[in-house]
Design a protein around this ligand. Structure first.
Ligand SMILES: Cc1cc2nc3c(=O)[nH]c(=O)nc-3n(C[C@H](O)[C@H](O)[C@H](O)COP(=O)(O)O)c2cc1C
Length: 453
């Protein structure tokens, strides 16, 4: 999709005490008022000045408390021990901006279709069509426990549920035709009942009967984001996602993942050109290569091995504590791990069909700046790398921060002007909706056919 298009810029935010690099909260350049609306409003203004397409919030519905079976480490070290509702924070950012798109993660495993459909339809109206939903199936038993469930659903079952969930949500969003509202005070006709369609759904996971009470927004419906990387996850993303988040080890592996993701979109009967693929990258930049390298050195020094252990246990739904560090995981233990693509990446990178805790720590880079892709350099060097990736393996980037708000200040102040000079990033917003920013079509309303399992 990258030919003749601009590079999509998405900020990878968290409604929490740190970025997804946990050590970030200890950085001298990180602000401490992360429990306030002003903290997020400031970030929003910076991103809008940098002409970002969107800020998006990840989410997890529990503290990372699987390591050692308690919350001590997470709370003591601030390992994502704060996790606020991202959609409320999103509105604080919406009020501070006029153009910036705003996405938030909501889970198909723990929420209900009607709730999510109404919540995001309302957010989309209140922001004038700037909202996106990041669809996740969640990852672990701590999340299940918070919702009174005994255990987290098995991997593929989660995606089956998610398929039906999104089908119901998009059909709820499609119940009001774009021209259904009349608001004609003269005739007393508020809306045309022939253009508001009832939904009747009886499926495997959900039932819903009624008429959805929120009209369509200026962008038709919220943008759908997704980040599945397993075979089942890619099939899901291929079917539903407008924007696919991913992570690449390097450009070469990125090229094959990019091809695979586009094939998954085509296999679902959709046009790969209508989907944006964006890998997560962390950019560390400064006026000169030497200053950037020094900044990188200081920031990487904030990582703690225990942060990585807690984060690995969280996403794999496994407690590593008390296990000899070099003991290989059995096939059964590996099969039970929650994040399949991360597990498979560690198997591939370590060359061990049955990796150990040490392999997971070293090869995943979890909790360190070595996780995923970190680009360090002057604005020109960073722009060179982003441009090279953009031309070959992606349509844009999800920019994770090593320090908040400093990483976004640096990127907007130093790298964006360079990307603008190269014609890769807009100088001004042309439209007001997120679909407009991303060049995505306004979808036809999903037809509300009765479904019975
Ligand atoms: C950029 C990015 C952001 C993600 N954000 C979240 C998130 O907010 N919450 C979550 O539970 N999972 C998140 N994930 C994980 C994915 O939703 C998904 O579970 C993971 O990629 C594993 O997919 P797989 O089971 O298909 O391998 C994210 C993944 C990526 C690459």
């Amino acid at each position: 999709m990258s030919t003749n298009r601009r590079m999509a810029l998405v900020a990878f935010l968290q409604a929490q005490n740190c970025s997804n690099y946990v050590g970030s909260w200890r950085a001298m350049t990180s602000k401490e008022d992360f429990l306030t609306a002003e903290y997020f409003a400031r970030i929003a203004r910076t991103l809008e000045d940098g002409r970002f397409d969107m800020a998006f919030f990840d989410d997890r519905l529990a503290m990372p408390d699987l390591y050692g079976g308690n919350h001590d480490l997470a709370v003591r070290h601030g390992i994502r021990s704060v996790k606020m509702d991202p959609t409320v924070v999103l509105m604080a950012m919406a009020s501070a901006t006029r153009h910036l798109g705003l996405g938030a993660t909501y889970s198909t495993t723990y929420y209900e279709p009607f709730h999510v459909a109404r919540h995001f339809a309302t957010l989309d109206l209140m922001t004038g069509g700037r909202v996106a939903w990041n669809i996740v199936t969640s990852l672990n038993d701590s999340e299940a426990a918070n919702f009174g469930r005994v255990a987290h659903l098995e991997h593929d079952e989660r995606y089956d549920r998610a398929d039906e969930f999104v089908d119901v949500v998009t059909r709820m969003w499609g119940t009001w035709d774009p021209d259904a509202l009349l608001v004609d005070k003269r005739t007393g006709e508020f809306a045309d009942p022939a253009k508001v369609h009832r939904l009747d759904h009886d499926g495997r996971f959900f039932a819903s009967h009624g008429t959805f009470p929120v009209p369509r927004s200026p962008q038709g419906q919220p943008v759908l984001l997704q980040a599945g990387m397993s075979g089942r996850g890619m099939a899901f993303a291929g079917r539903w996602a407008d924007v696919i988040f991913t992570s690449y080890r390097d450009r070469r592996s990125g090229e094959s993942s990019y091809r695979a993701l586009r094939q998954a979109v085509a296999a679902a009967g959709r046009d790969p050109e209508s989907v944006v693929v964006a890998p997560a990258v962390t950019v560390i930049t400064a006026e000169t290569p030497e200053l950037a390298a020094e900044k990188h050195r200081l920031l990487s020094g904030l990582a703690r091995t225990e942060d990585g252990l807690a984060l690995l246990c969280e996403v794999l739904n496994t407690d590593f504590s008390g296990r000899p560090i070099d003991e290989p995981f059995t096939d059964a233990e590996l099969a039970a791990m929650s994040w399949h693509s991360l597990r498979d990446r560690v198997i591939a990178a370590s060359g061990q069909p049955n990796p150990s805790v040490r392999d997971f720590v070293e090869c995943s880079g979890r909790g360190t700046l070595a996780e995923g892709s970190t680009i360090v350099g002057s604005p020109e060097q960073v722009a060179d790398t982003l441009e090279e990736w953009f031309g070959t393996c992606c349509d844009g980037f999800v920019l994770a921060a090593a320090s908040v708000p400093a990483s976004y200040d640096d990127f907007s102040r130093l790298v964006v002007p360079e990307l603008q000079r190269r014609g890769l990033v807009r100088r001004e917003y042309e439209g007001t909706t997120l679909r407009g920013h991303l060049g995505l079509p306004v979808p036809e309303p999903a037809r509300s056919l009765p479904v019975t399992a």
